[in-house]
Every structure is written in C-alpha cells, then in structure tokens.
Design a protein around this ligand. Sequence first.
Ligand SMILES: [Zn+2]
Length: 315
Amino acid sequence: MQELLIEKIRTDGGVQSRERISDDYVMELAELIKAGKKLPPIDVFNDGTDIWAADGFHRILAHIKADKRTVRCNVHKGTKTDAMWASCAANQEHGLRRTNADKRHSIELAYTLKAGSSDELIASHVGVSGELVRQVKNAMRQVGKLCQPDKVTGKDGKEYPARRIPPPPPPNQAVTPEPRKTLPPLALGRVPPPPPAMRPVKKDRLDEVGQVIPDHLERLFDRAGEVQALLSKISGIRGVLRTAQEEGDVLYGDVNWQSVEAALQTAYSDLKATIPHAVCPWCHGTLTDHCKGCGKRGVVGQFRWDTTVPREMKP
Ligand SMILES: [Zn+2]
C-alpha cells in the first residue's frame, strides 16, 4: 500500500463506473476522515505515465473535502483500460450501494471494453444478474452502441463462436418517426460514375460499404465524431432521468417520462441517421443539384443506405 498525492491520480477519461456522485456520501466520508478514521485504500492502476483510479471516487473527493493532499492506494500495474475494467466490478460489497443506474452504466462500460464477452462473464464480473445484462445489452443494440462480435469469451476465458441473434426492432416504433424516405431510385435518374481521372488515387480511403471516398467528402466522414459526441450527451441525459425516475426524484415529479424518453429516442435516432455511412450511390458524391438520394450531401447515413438503396445499386 502507498500514500499517493491525490493530484497524481487520474479520475477523468471515463474511468468512473458510477452514473453519478453522491455529495451526501462524500460529506459523510469527509467527516470520518476529519475524525481521524482511516478509509480503505483505493485501487489504482499505474501504466508508467499516469495513475488511473479504478474505484474510490467518493473517497478521493472526501479526502479533498477534508483538506488532505494524499490518499492511501493499492497500486496495480496496468493500463487505463485495466482500471476501467476493474471499476466495473467495484463497490459490489462495500462502499455506497450501487444504484440500478450505476449497475447499468457498469454493464455498458464492461461491454464497451470487452465487446466479445459472454453475458455470464459480464454478469459475474460486474456482480449483477444475467437478466439485467441481457436487458442492457439489448438496449445498447437498439441504439447501435453494440455490434455483434463473431466470437464471445466465456467465463472460462475460452473463445466460442457467437450465436447469431437478429437485431431487435427499433424501440418506440410507434412514436419514432422514421427519417424521410427518399424517392425511388428510378425517379432520380442515375448519374454515371465519374471518369477514372476524377477519382482519388492517393490512398483510396473507403466508406463503410467499401466505396472510395472522394477527397471533397473526406471531411464529412471525419466529422462523424461530432455527432457521436451529441449522441453520448443524449445517453447521459437518459441515464440521469432514468435514475430520477427509479428514485422518484420529486424535482422531476411533473415529467411525463414516456414522452421525454420518446423525444430523446427520436433525437437520438435522427441524429444517428446523419452520420456519413456511404458515398451517395446515385450521384457518387458529385453533389449534383438534382440528387434527391442524398439531398445534396453527397453521402447517405446507414439508415438511408439500409432502407432506401436498392440491392442492385450496392457494391
Ligand atoms: Zn446524391
């Protein structure tokens, strides 16, 4: 065990598996520290450059509140990812009892870190029921946060071929308007592919379906992260509201949960549909004025690609 400077310990970058911090609990622990009580040491991972906290986020804040500059730590050798994985298993038996939102958050984090894990492995690592794991996994699939891996890692550490499960239908189908359908391809008039001279030759960057991305559209594909960031914010709002609903938080007593959830779901799927998935197969990204296939964007999102592009136009 080591006494480490608190400022050396990193708690940023998504290592925290708690959905949120309880100020009351931090105050309670700070009182104990001020009274001279020693709290259990915090598990941290040292990757040679940074030290990442895997648990004890409340304890760290409590030490700061109690005007301490150091905190007792169990230092493990490992990366930030190791710390995140360990944090999914934290607080099962000690510390502030995890809320359902904390557990869901841990399951999501665990799947994000080890997408190829079996439900049983995640359940035993996070310390939750297999039923909750399956619920969270389905919810992640529905919003496109989880792809189906080819192999899964079992609790025994061995790899097994994944069972092919068809993706569930999108949630809130009744209330989620689908992105506007494009006109059928015949009415659009197909533009012939640009002559080879106009095609990029330098490195042939490909879109999600294997078509070459023209230079002038690369920037649009690069900006997918901006939309992803907005999607994460919406997920964050949904998490906070889910906890508020579960805990019966009176602040939100007037909220119509169904309508708020439906609105957030709509916002989520509409924004997700804008992420560039493929170069427009009708105008080939030439941005012709009359291309209704992509609405002059030169690209189409995945939803549009899946639902409106006829099979014979797909590579
Ligand atoms: Zn187009």
